[in-house]
Design a protein around this ligand. Sequence first.
Ligand code: SF4
Length: 237
Amino acid sequence: MPEKDQNFQKGPDVRGNMVKVNIDGDTMFVDANQYQPQVEHAKRLLRQKKLPKNPKPKEWQAKDYSLNKIADYKPFNFVDGEGVRCSLYVSGCLFDCPGCYNLAAQNFNYGVPYTKELEDQIIEDLGQSYVQGLTLLGGEPFMNTEVCLSIVDRIRKEFGHTKDIWSWSGYTWDELQKETDDKLELLSKIDILVDGRFMEAQKDLTLQFRGSSNQRIIDVPKSLKAGKPIIWDKLVR
Ligand code: SF4
């Protein structure tokens, strides 16, 4: 039998005021008297060191992952873009941004199936004169193109361009240019793209409609015409 380690002790590893903790596989010592705030601080630092995933062009295809599920639908809100909006949260995202605002919706199997009834409800809600448009979020709308193209095409059929369509995406504008036809089709049919992963190290809660300063609010029709991303002209900050 091996000799017992002289430093062996039962229970937590405590050295003076310091206690050893394991956070996401990394071990570190924190002051036992400041346990909670120090653990929270350590978690935040670790999240800042980790980065979201970076797919190669066309590596992630909606047809291979999407289950056409919806994490949530919020009609008549003021936070997901300009004016009063109806927001559709699709399920499934592979970017795995540390600090993601909607962890549950990263799962492609989360929520409920997208149905004709829900689509009819969205169209009815958008029909209210005070509603400016639809917002697609997630999860990742560009990994759920079947659902998103279905509602986008229906909106154009029922309302033309009198309602606008915003979409958030973990993909950047430049990445989307090298993507599959379904992603390019969705991009070509929306008005505003808020692009890029959420980066914890660049988090800034004072920004308009974005969580981190790397993300941009892009005017899609103008950008497609110019062949480069053009920032939304109503951007304040
Ligand atoms: S892209 Fe958005 S939904 Fe996907 S992991 Fe990042 S923050 Fe979460």
